[in-house]
Design a binder for this molecule. Structure first.
Ligand SMILES: [Fe+2]
Length: 368
């Protein structure tokens, strides 16, 4: 199977995995040739990348960062807890939920055990589950990235649970923001932007009084948009004034945000998102955190199309755990001519590098 951005899908491509909504209903079946209407619908639904069936890579099974089962259950919990918080905020009731900590701890433990058992570089690009709000998927993805990064930094069990709780609840304050502003497709006015920014403090206010939720978790929500040079918000605190957990969650938050399609812009590929993070090292983000993050994610996920420095093109079929920039590539095109597929392990061919990463081959591009 191949990983293709929905914006570059061609008609007649077939999904390799069905698209399912949060009630478990299949919205688009796998194996059915896509029409331009269906492709448009996928884009409108906010699906960024999909796996499509492909003869040349039929034997390649993409391994998602976490199993569909854990993902489905985790999102269910996030959705019901966040909606409860939202309802209470609307009714101006003060929110107290003694189960909140327990329910999320269960989710974090299940994600953690999968991330631990899957030491391969992480990719969460394709999302086959559809939800009515981006915030649920985003909260889950940030938690998965954060836990993988915290494992890379050798956090102990207690720290993993603490940072996992901070990650899953980092954007809970968005439940206090009107949805028209949160999902506005056009450029935000200054006033609207300052309302969005208030979610950090709102999250802190929601969490700080919850029974069984530590103040540290509340501070993850409060500080995840702070940056080490003081340019962040809400308080503009700097360097070590920002808790390590909040700095880590901040990096994972940016990465997930820019690799997702949003109404106002197209998604970046992982290597582009990482370049963006590197451009902020020393000013916005700590170097050690960005470097550890690079080691945890799949720079070129299995199924993605890449161009090599010698002009060959192919599909990534296997990750090399030691170096995510040098996967195994199945070459299918040389000098714009299709060739019988063969594999090149970039760990063994150090003179060749990946120079392009796209979701379709140059020879497959349609002019539209
Ligand atoms: Fe946020």
């Amino acid at each position: 199977m191949r990983l293709v951005s929905t914006k570059s899908l061609n008609e007649n491509a077939c999904l390799a995995k069905p698209i399912i909504n949060d009630n478990g209903q299949v919205l688009l079946q796998q194996g059915v040739p896509l029409t331009s209407r269906m492709i448009q619908r996928l884009i409108e639904l906010g699906i960024t990348f999909v796996y499509i069936e492909d003869e040349l890579t039929a034997d390649v099974g993409a391994k998602e960062g976490i199993s569909d089962e854990v993902r489905f259950r985790a999102i269910g919990t996030i959705k019901s807890e966040f909606n409860e918080i939202c309802d209470d905020l609307k009714l101006k009731k003060s929110f107290h939920n003694a189960r909140l900590n327990q329910n999320f701890a269960k989710v974090i433990r299940s994600i953690l055990s999968e991330v631990k058992n899957n030491p391969k570089a992480l990719s969460l690009l394709s999302d086959v589950y559809l939800y009515d709000s981006y915030i649920f998927t985003h909260s889950l993805n940030v938690t998965v990235y954060t836990l993988a990064l915290a494992l890379e930094l050798k956090f102990n069990e207690k720290q993993l649970m603490e940072i996992g709780m901070g990650a899953i609840l980092h954007d809970v304050g968005k439940m206090a923001i009107p949805t028209e502003i949160l999902n506005k497709p056009d450029r935000l006015t200054n006033e609207e932007f300052s309302i969005i920014k208030s979610h950090a403090q709102a999250g802190y206010e929601i969490l700080k009084d919850q029974p069984n939720i530590s103040l540290l978790t509340a501070h993850c929500a409060f500080q995840h948009h702070e940056r080490i040079n003081g340019s962040g918000y809400p308080r503009g605190i700097k360097g070590d004034e920002i808790h390590l957990y909040a700095k880590i969650i901040g990096v994972c938050d940016v990465f997930d945000a820019v690799t997702s399609n949003r109404v106002y812009r197209s998604a970046m590929l992982p290597h582009e998102a990482l370049e963006l993070l590197y451009s902020g090292v020393g000013t916005l983000y700590d170097k050690e955190i960005v470097e550890a993050f690079r080691n945890t994610i799949a720079m070129y996920p299995v199924g993605i199309t890449v161009g090599l420095s010698d002009g060959r093109e192919g599909i990534v079929v296997k990750q090399n755990n030691e170096l995510s920039t040098r996967p195994v590539v199945r070459i299918i095109c040389e000098d714009d001519q299709k060739v019988a597929p063969y594999e090149v392990d970039l760990m063994k061919h150090v003179n060749v590098t990946i120079t392009k990463c796209e979701t379709v081959l140059a020879s497959e591009k349609v002019n539209n």
